[in-house]
Structure formats: structure tokens, C-alpha cells
Design a protein around this ligand. Structure first.
Ligand code: TYD
Length: 134
């Protein structure tokens, strides 16, 4: 795996259960400007199909599972997301697709920028041109 960079979170567990704490500048390698989550995804729905020019994200599957595809224009990789103690660091200029959401999937995403539509590359050919691999 060269595109999928995993962050392993420390579990603060005790007899009551488990807890994970994420702090910017410690385990999260950017300033967190936005948090969003994807949940109640309908059956057979895939999401994503875009890259970002600047945005960096950490995606954490805090419940259930889904399959994440990452693509830098040359290499395509896929990973199964099913652990609340692992974060997938998604760098800028990486095409991402999300498939096979379980009914109970909650995908939490920490983002380095506010939402800006201008940062999106939603066309795969335009993405390939942008990364120089057209
Ligand atoms: P979109 O990025 O298309 O979702 P995905 O790529 O995960 O399939 O976002 C869906 C809609 O939500 C779109 O209209 C933009 C809006 N949106 C925001 O307003 N703020 C956000 O932080 C995000 C991620 C999306």
C-alpha cells in the first residue's frame, strides 16, 4: 500500500469500555477545520468519486464497514474500513470512492479546510490532467 496511510489510535479503555481521543497536531497531522460524517447510506450506493486540490482528511469508520478506493492517477488501491481505532489519512490530489457501506456504517471525517466546492475535482479526466498523468 503506498496511497493508504493508516493512523493507529490509542484506545483509552477501562472496565467500562473504550474511548478514543483525537487531538490536532498530535495524531491528526493538520488543523481540523471541519468534521462531517456519512451515515444511513442506502443499499448499493457508492459515494465520493472526486479528489481535492488542497484538502487533507482523516476518515474513521466508527461503526460498521465500507470499502474505500484511493487512486493517484497511476495507482489504484482499496482498503476495507471497519475499525474505530484506525484513521485513513487521505492526502490532497487523491481520487476517492466509497462502496459497500454496511447499514450501520458511520464514516467520520476530519478535514483540514472548510467546505469549498472550488477545491473539488469531480471529473476523473480533469483529475488525471491536474496530477499530470492524463
Ligand atoms: P459530496 O462531497 O458530494 O459527498 P460525497 O463525495 O461524500 O459523496 O457532498 C454531498 C453534498 O453535501 C454536496 O451538496 C455538498 C454538501 N457538503 C457540504 O455542504 N459540506 C461538507 O462538508 C460536505 C462534505 C458536503
Amino acid at each position: 500500500m503506498i496511497l493508504a496511510k493508516w493512523l493507529d489510535f490509542q484506545i483509552l479503555g477501562d472496565e467500562r469500555g473504550s474511548l478514543v481521543a483525537l487531538e490536532q497536531g498530535k495524531i491528526i497531522p493538520f488543523e481540523i477545520k471541519r468534521v462531517y460524517y456519512i451515515y444511513h447510506t442506502e443499499k448499493n450506493v457508492s459515494r465520493g468519486f472526486h479528489a481535492h486540490r488542497e484538502l487533507k482528511q482523516v476518515a474513521i469508520c466508527i461503526s460498521g464497514s465500507c470499502r474505500m478506493v484511493l487512486d493517484n492517477g497511476l495507482v489504484r488501491e482499496e482498503v476495507i474500513m471497519n475499525s474505530p481505532v484506525k484513521g485513513l489519512l487521505i492526502d490532497s490530489l487523491l481520487w476517492r470512492e466509497m462502496h459497500d457501506f454496511s447499514e450501520d456504517c458511520i464514516l467520520l471525517v476530519l478535514a483540514s479546510e472548510h467546505y469549498t466546492e472550488a477545491d473539488y475535482l469531480r471529473d476523473y479526466s480533469a483529475f488525471k490532467r491536474e496530477v499530470g498523468n492524463a
